[in-house]
Ligand binder design. Structure first.
Ligand SMILES: *[C@@H]1O[C@H](CO)[C@@H](O)[C@H](O)[C@H]1NC(C)=O
Ligand SMILES: *[C@@H]1O[C@H](CO)[C@@H](O)[C@H](O)[C@H]1NC(C)=O
Ligand SMILES: *[C@@H]1O[C@H](CO)[C@@H](O)[C@H](O)[C@H]1NC(C)=O
Ligand SMILES: *[C@@H]1O[C@H](CO)[C@@H](O)[C@H](O)[C@H]1NC(C)=O
Length: 528
């Protein structure tokens, strides 16, 4: 990026670049009650757990989203950022959901920003009815594949292939940024991250994701660069785990790394106890489109025992934890060759039932119950799991893996390099208010050795770089620097709603992607 515009929209703004060839955008959470909030894709009507399930879906039903412009003249859209899928798709202005109050009631969602291809001079049809993404519950979004101009973070991509959803169960589109091999079509095309490089906006297919504190409203995604002020210690680089298709071919289809060990500490001066992973590393999918994190049943029960979490098998299927328990409880994960990520109480003990404790089933042994940030993958309702995960479950009953969603990613600074098939991870420096952006270059041949700050910064988030307001009170200030880039800061949202987390699974996958996914390659897990 050589020039960055300051854009103010309902909740979004374009943030900073201080290096050439990087594109950074602020991302925000969708909150319940906000237009366009996707609610559950599936509800167990008439089940006694419906209330809690609706509540959990309400509070987890948001997502981290980015503001983009599609078409000429630009039509603003808000899209959920999803490392678990690979297509960008927008909601057509005349989509069935947008025009039918019956469907809006059925799916608990309405349309927010929509796109009208007839109003864009740069729109082209690629394939009529060619776009079809399936959700796990058998519903989905479908329509045409089109191309149009796509502007994000001050960068403008020409003729990006986009799904144009005319039938949809969600009123908000998705920005999938995983491998093009997992697109929902057999005719693989250069997707957003491919086009960023093909159109010379960044030099290698890599981006960094900073979701930030659970109690903060916003984070950022940086295409083509790493911000070393946003993490603590060394960035640890590890290979992406390959998947093997049913015909035996292996390849890179999913953003997954090896989880080598895990410990849990219940707090109050107790020691760490090991969580059993079953004797071997576990492939762990990093999925920003999934709110909570999920573990295979045996691993989950080992963790829940160690930490004092309770699974309500009778009514809701959810795992709860005591809100009034020790505040120094932690879960620690070791990934790849040496990334150690500590998840503190504030990020995994989720106080989302405030004022609703009377609705918690009476068998749950806490008078003040919180939702735990990890859940058993076996008891997960399909709507809360990414389709990639579900495809894994379906394709390989024997294979086990972890799905690390936002409850893991918020504590993590993650650099995804889809050119060199590597991921770099470090402990996130929450609420970082400064930036030091290092451009990632094709000539690096991988993620360079980078060191972040020495320790978690202690200042509050009053002027978080890359943050924005989702409450309509956005204040974006710009400050130019010598090479014409602009640093934008915005005040965090002033009203509370600290319990709101980001959304379940918009990881979507249709036939083509699913066919590629059979099992994780054991060999890729062997650490050098
Ligand atoms: C979930 O959100 C919907 C729409 O905002 C609301 O009508 C419903 O009462 C909420 N349910 C719970 C359990 O909070
Ligand atoms: C980050 O900022 C939020 C307020 O936006 C605050 O609640 C939280 O405690 C801060 N986190 C840290 C680690 O300082
Ligand atoms: C971080 O990397 C530097 C240089 O590669 C190394 O000297 C140092 O020991 C590393 N620190 C940690 C905590 O691993
Ligand atoms: C195996 O399957 C993959 C994914 O479906 C496909 O791309 C590849 O061409 C197939 N290879 C062979 C040899 O059939």
């Amino acid at each position: 990026m050589r020039s960055v515009t300051v854009l103010e929209s309902l909740a979004l703004f374009i943030a900073t670049t201080s290096a050439a060839n990087v594109v950074e955008i602020g991302i925000n959470r969708i909150r319940p009650g906000q237009p366009g909030l996707p609610n559950t894709l599936r509800s167990r009507a008439n089940s006694p757990s419906t209330y809690i399930e609706t509540l959990v879906n309400n509070v987890t039903g948001g997502g981290y989203y980015a503001s983009v412009d599609v078409g000429t003249p630009p039509q603003p859209q808000v899209l959920v950022i999803d490392t678990g899928s690979s297509d960008v798709w927008v909601v057509a202005s005349d989509a069935d959901l947008c025009t039918s109050s019956l469907l809006q009631r059925k799916y608990g969602d309405t349309c927010s920003d929509t796109y009208d291809s007839s109003k864009s001079s740069t729109y082209e049809l690629v394939s009529s009815e060619g776009f079809d993404i399936s959700y796990l519950d058998g519903t989905g979004s479908s329509g045409d594949y089109i191309t149009d101009t796509f502007a994000i973070g001050g960068a403008s991509i020409k003729a990006l292939q986009i799904g144009y959803a005319t039938q949809t169960v969600r009123g908000t589109g998705i920005m999938g940024i995983s491998y093009s091999a997992s697109e929902s079509t057999l005719d693989t095309y250069p997707n957003l991250i491919d086009q960023f490089v093909q159109q010379d906006l960044i030099s290698t297919k890599a981006y960094s994701l900073y979701l930030n504190d659970f109690r903060s409203d916003s984070g950022s995604i940086l295409f083509g660069g790493v911000d070393t002020d946003k993490f603590i210690g060394n960035l640890s680089t590890m290979p992406i785990v390959q998947t093997q298709s049913s015909n035996g071919t292996s390849g890179y289809t999913v953003l997954a790394v090896a989880l080598n060990s895990m410990t849990a500490n219940p707090g109050s001066g107790e020691n760490n106890s090991p969580v059993s992973l079953g004797g071997q590393p576990l492939p762990a999918i990093l999925d920003s489109g999934t709110t909570l994190s999920y573990l295979p049943s045996s691993v989950a029960s080992s963790l829940f025992n160690a930490i004092g979490a309770y699974t309500d098998d009778l009514v809701t299927g959810y795992t709860f934890i005591d809100c009034d328990g020790p505040s120094d409880l932690t879960v620690t994960l070791s990934l790849g060759k040496g990334a150690t990520i500590v998840l503190p109480t504030s990020q995994i003990v989720l106080d989302v039932f405030a004022g609703m404790q009377s609705q918690i089933p009476s068998n749950v042994p806490f008078s003040n119950a919180c939702l735990f940030g990890f859940q058993d993958i076996g008891s997960a309702s399909s709507s809360s799991l990414s389709a990639i995960a579900a495809a894994q479950i379906a394709a390989t009953s024997g294979s086990s893996f972890a799905l690390l969603g936002d409850t893991f990613l918020r504590s993590t600074y993650a650099v995804y390099d889809l050119t060199n098939n590597e991921i770099g991870l470090a402990q996130s420096n929450l609420n970082s208010s400064t930036s030091n952006i290092v451009e990632l270059k094709a000539s690096d041949n991988g993620i360079p050795t980078l060191t972040g700050v020495k320790a978690q910064q202690t200042t509050s988030a009053s002027s978080t770089t890359g943050s924005g307001s989702s409450g309509g009170s956005s204040t974006s200030g710009g400050s130019g620097d010598s090479d014409g880039t602009v640093t934008v800061t915005a005040s965090p949202k002033s009203n509370v709603a600290a319990g709101v987390v980001s959304g379940p699974s918009y990881g979507v996958l249709a036939a083509a992607g699913a066919a590629c996914l059979a099992s994780f390659l054991g060999g890729a897990l062997v650490m050098a």
